[in-house]
Design a protein around this ligand. Structure first.
Ligand code: PMP
Length: 350
């Protein structure tokens, strides 16, 4: 028998996909870790399982208990499905500007969903602070606290990192990914550096976030602009971000992200969500700045279906100035090469 153990047993051990068109265009091996193939459909299944198992071990989550979390959606989906498999209820507090698909899915799988108006972290009405309060006021409830609970990044250290190291036969030279909680970047960067200090690690950041500024310059002076990418874009050093070991950072515009998503679909047959576009464009930037011969790994976080009312909607794309034009790989690579000379600025074509 080679059967896996229930829902939780199917989390992780995702394939590493060679992105042929991008690899051939850059002379690098550009590899995407297929986290969208996790059973809950995203990289966040790992954080969900890691935090729940850790809470069980610490006695913070007891039989019949309720998991409460503030989440842009994917962590909530992972927590709800792991919770179902283990016999816990879930309450999900979500900003009401997230895609309707994620809210519908959360309700369909059995979460109690509480949409709230978006508010910055420092405000008492921030979705994460509301989640903490809900858990505090309930009996037998556990606030997962994905941003500052380092069981999140530890699970990536224990699983995603070793998988990437083994799948590349130790030949990985660079890792790049965006930050939501920072769990993926922290756990994987730390594991890879522990194997070999010569592996370079990078953050790919959308505009409107402060991680690029933080990792590059150690301050938050550059958090300008905005992005439609959900699940990423952090403005503070979370406990998970604090564990990361990062050498450098790149910023990715939404137009570069959309061009990358189109290339991944048309050239690779991969239908992926916005954060994967930021990550793969980040990998392209690493390839072009470091030159041929690198083996670069990034994360394919989730699929595009979770955002279909936006990404597959020509009016929405036009409203957000994201309507596809000439988005061939050649054009994108030429734009990124031009941009290399002015790395702190938005691409002149945006
Ligand atoms: N992409 C998507 C779609 C996500 O939902 C998240 C998590 N919020 C991330 C990327 C970032 O992952 P992490 O929280 O590990 O930084």
């Amino acid at each position: 028998m080679t059967a896996t153990n229930g829902f939780c047993g199917t989390i992780g051990n995702t394939p590493l996909i060679r992105l042929d068109s991008l690899s051939n265009a850059t002379g690098c091996e550009i590899l995407g870790k297929a986290e969208f193939l996790n059973p809950g459909g995203s990289v966040k299944d790992r954080a969900a399982l890691g935090m729940i198992e850790d809470a069980e071990k610490r006695g913070l989550l007891k039989p019949g208990g309720t998991i409460v979390e503030g989440t842009a959606g994917n962590t909530g989906i992972g927590l709800t499905l792991v919770g179902n498999a283990k016999g816990y209820k879930t309450i999900i507090v979500i900003p009401n500007d997230q895609s309707p698909e994620k809210v519908e899915l959360l309700r369909a799988i059995g979460a109690e969903v509480r949409p709230v108006p978006p508010a910055p972290y420092k405000e008492p009405h921030n979705y994460n602070r509301i989640a903490a309060q809900v858990a505090d006021e309930m009996g037998n409830a556990f606030w997962a606290n994905q941003f500052d609970n380092t069981a999140n990044s530890q699970f990536h250290y224990d699983t995603t990192g070793p998988e990437i190291w083994n799948q590349t036969g130790g030949r990985i030279t660079a890792f790049v990914t965006a930050v939501g909680t920072g769990g993926t970047l922290a756990g994987v960067s730390r594991y890879l550096k522990d194997q070999s200090e010569s592996v370079s690690t990078y953050c790919a950041d959308p505009y409107g976030a402060a991680m690029w500024s933080w990792f590059k310059y150690g301050h938050f002076d550059f958090d300008d602009g905005d992005s439609i990418a959900e699940g990423i874009g952090q403005g503070r050093v979370t406990e998970n971000v604090d564990c990361a070991r990062v050498d450098d950072a790149f910023r990715v515009t939404d137009r570069q992200m959309m061009a990358t998503l189109n290339i991944l679909l048309k050239e690779e047959g991969l239908l992926l969500g916005p954060s994967s576009g930021v990550n793969v464009c980040g990998a392209l930037k690493v390839a072009l700045s470091g030159g041929p011969g690198q083996t670069i790994v990034t994360i394919l976080c989730d699929g595009a279906q979770r955002y279909s009312s936006r990404l597959f909607n020509p009016e929405w794309l036009a409203e957000n100035d994201l309507k596809p034009e000439d988005q061939s790989l050649e054009v994108l690579v030429a734009q990124l090469n031009e941009e290399k000379n002015e790395p702190n600025e938005k691409s002149s074509s945006d």
